[in-house]
Design a protein around this ligand. Structure first.
Ligand SMILES: Cc1cc2nc3c(=O)[nH]c(=O)nc-3n(C[C@H](O)[C@H](O)[C@H](O)COP(=O)(O)OP(=O)(O)OC[C@H]3O[C@@H](n4cnc5c(N)ncnc54)[C@H](O)[C@@H]3O)c2cc1C
Length: 456
């Protein structure tokens, strides 16, 4: 690829995807100009209550490795080996995510991760980041981005291509919709989320097992907790906005206290600041954004949440956005920076995966808040691990394909997973325990019905 004397590429948004993408393109000898609406998070306190930590899994790690970033990111990662389920009576049960030592996911602070990505991007001479420049308009024909600073001063910057990583509320997407250049469907869940904290104990230690993602599944809603390196846990309550129980009904200290006392008594005992936090923190919305197409005129591309925001129940939105960045960088090499060819190629490659993970993330909500409590679910998980041990080239549990196998696309994981799920349901029907199942026969059935996979 040749050294470019073209205008810089504009990356809109210096969040998780934007910072990584800027670095990847600069590593390919491009001049990249990042316009970020917020102040520099490395110098200013983070926003309150906006998913403080995230689960990073193999797909995200793969993309970060591709950028050479893992030495900087690894120290931020808190391993989680499975789900620790908390019943209303206080009893607990651990369900491992995978069956190999490396099959774990990692809690990472959103802010620390964003700062590490910005450190790496800004250390590259090809990247310039302007903070406090909120995009108010994008012209998809000329590649002009108009931004406004906190004093209302506007300016315009022009680029050969604008790569919009401006998140779920993307202004670039809105512009495309307003100009009839794309359709965007936003499906909001009746549930919202609110973040809370379990602080560290007096010695700075975690008050719950640190190597797990804790879930208090209650059928129609749930509380979860992810560990932080400082000994605390960030908890997220996912609950309907309206109804009983619902956020609208939990407006005063007594109602909040009573709800937690009844549903999450063990968590309540660990949350001394529950009520003030609950009443002060915002309730976030959760939705899926489906956009068609993601690009226009060879000049403007939406990626990450701007193109395909998903609900967080598979912990994959960021992982998927990082895969977007890696794949765009690879295509940039393959097409030698020819954006008008590259943008449709990117969409053709990534759309099936984005659609598949959007569906799987919605399905996973029911699994996390409800199905995990079902003994039949644990039995199917146990059998799935047995089958994976016996026939690793044919059977990999769907959760494992999504979380631990970046070489299998989301779309392929969804397709294979549907087939496997039908088989698991048949093989476990009428059984209560693994010992009751004829494993040799089950293995034969899998061998007959599932083709050996080439992994893609
Ligand atoms: C509660 C919750 C939990 C989640 N948990 C997980 C998880 O465990 N694992 C996972 O993989 N994903 C998770 N996600 C999803 C993840 O947060 C997103 O998929 C990810 O942040 C997408 O990255 P992005 O860079 O596309 O968007 P963002 O991270 O939202 O970044 C967008 C950037 O653009 C900037 N911006 C926005 N508008 C403008 C503008 N007009 N002008 C200039 N700049 C602008 C923003 O300030 C921001 O820096 C979760 C999401 C939520 C809501």
């Amino acid at each position: 690829m040749s050294e470019t004397n073209r205008k810089p590429i504009i990356v809109l948004g210096g969040g998780l995807a934007g910072a990584l993408l800027a670095l990847l393109l600069a590593q390919r000898r491009q001049r990249v100009y990042v316009l970020e609406g917020r102040a520099d998070p490395r110098q200013h306190a983070r926003e309150r209550g906006r998913s403080i930590n995230l689960a990073l899994a193999a797909r995200g790690i793969d993309a970060l490795e591709f950028a050479g970033l893992m030495p900087a990111i690894r120290p931020l990662m808190m391993p989680m080996r499975g789900r620790q389920l908390h019943a209303t009576d206080g009893s607990e049960r651990f369900l491992p995510y995978g069956q190999r030592p490396e099959e774990e996911i990692y809690a990472v602070s959103r802010n620390a991760l964003n700062c590490a990505l910005l450190d790496a991007a800004t250390a590259h001479p090809g990247v310039t980041v302007s903070f406090g420049q909120r995009c108010v308009e994008v012209d998809p024909i000329t590649g002009t981005v108009v931004t406004e600073d906190e004093h209302g001063n506007r300016r315009g910057d022009q680029a050969d291509v604008v790569l919009a990583c401006d998140g779920a509320g993307s202004v670039a997407r809105r512009t495309m919709v307003e100009q009839g250049l794309c359709d965007a469907r936003e499906d909001w869940l009746p549930h919202g989320y609110l973040e809370l904290t379990i602080p560290a104990d007096a010695n700075g230690h975690h008050r719950l097992a640190p190597e797990a993602l804790h879930i208090w599944p209650r059928g129609g809603y749930m509380l979860i907790a992810l560990p932080n390196p400082d000994g605390s846990f960030t908890c997220t309550l996912f609950l309907p906005h309206d109804g009983q129980p619902g956020f609208a009904q939990l407006r005063d200290p007594d109602a909040v206290q009573a709800f937690f006392h009844e549903q999450f008594p063990d968590a309540l005992a660990l949350m001394p600041a529950l009520v003030p936090e609950f009443l002060a923190n915002p309730v976030g919305r959760l939705g899926t954004v489906r956009t068609t197409p993601w690009h226009t005129g060879g000049r403007l591309l939406l990626l990450g949440d701007a193109a395909h925001a998903i609900v967080p129940f598979h912990g994959q939105g960021m992982n998927c956005a990082f895969e977007d960045c890696r794949d765009l960088a690879r295509l940039f090499e393959a097409h030698e920076g020819d954006w008008p060819t590259l943008l449709p190629a990117f969409e053709a490659l990534r759309r099936p995966s984005a659609e598949a993970i959007a569906d799987m993330a919605l399905e996973n909500y029911v699994e996390m808040r409800d199905t995990v409590r079902d003994p039949g679910f644990a039995l199917q998980k146990a059998l799935a691990f047995e089958l994976e041990r016996a026939l690793p080239d044919r059977f990999i549990p769907r959760y494992s394909m999504v979380m631990f196998h970046p070489e299998i696309s989301y779309a392929e994981a969804q397709r294979r997973g549907a087939h496997q799920d039908r088989l698991l349901a048949e093989l476990t029907a009428g059984h209560q325990a693994l010992e009751e199942i004829d494993l040799a026969q089950a293995t034969r059935r899998v061998r007959q019905q599932l083709a050996a996979s080439d992994g893609h």
